[in-house]
Design a protein around this ligand. Sequence first.
Ligand SMILES: N[C@@H](CCC(=O)N[C@@H](CS)C(=O)NCC(=O)O)C(=O)O
Length: 104
Amino acid sequence: MADHAITLYRLQACPFCERVVRRLQEYGLEYTSRFVEPLHSRRTAVKRESGVRTVPVIIDERTGITMAESANIVRYLDSTYGPGGEYEQEADGMPADIAPGGDA
Ligand SMILES: N[C@@H](CCC(=O)N[C@@H](CS)C(=O)NCC(=O)O)C(=O)O
């Protein structure tokens, strides 16, 4: 599987993780999923990366952020990749400044 700029630590059937996934999909952002151990005490990788064992956790190499808490992550995605954000995406997931069809 290719590694993307965004890594999402998640768990199957986790509603908080799904909320983040939906937002990533809305912005057409590619991401790498890393599924954590269901057993809380075994989540060493996400703990090492983020300092917490709860998921979701996102790591975005474009901006250098590591963040937990789904509401914060969604807000971060909106402000970074949504309208007016530094990496604003067109509906097809292409950065707005290189999307075809704009005025030359
Ligand atoms: N407030 C957190 C809740 C996240 C959460 O509870 N995630 C669950 C999986 S659905 C989890 O990691 N539970 C383990 C724990 O609470 O330590 C958020 O919105 O991201």
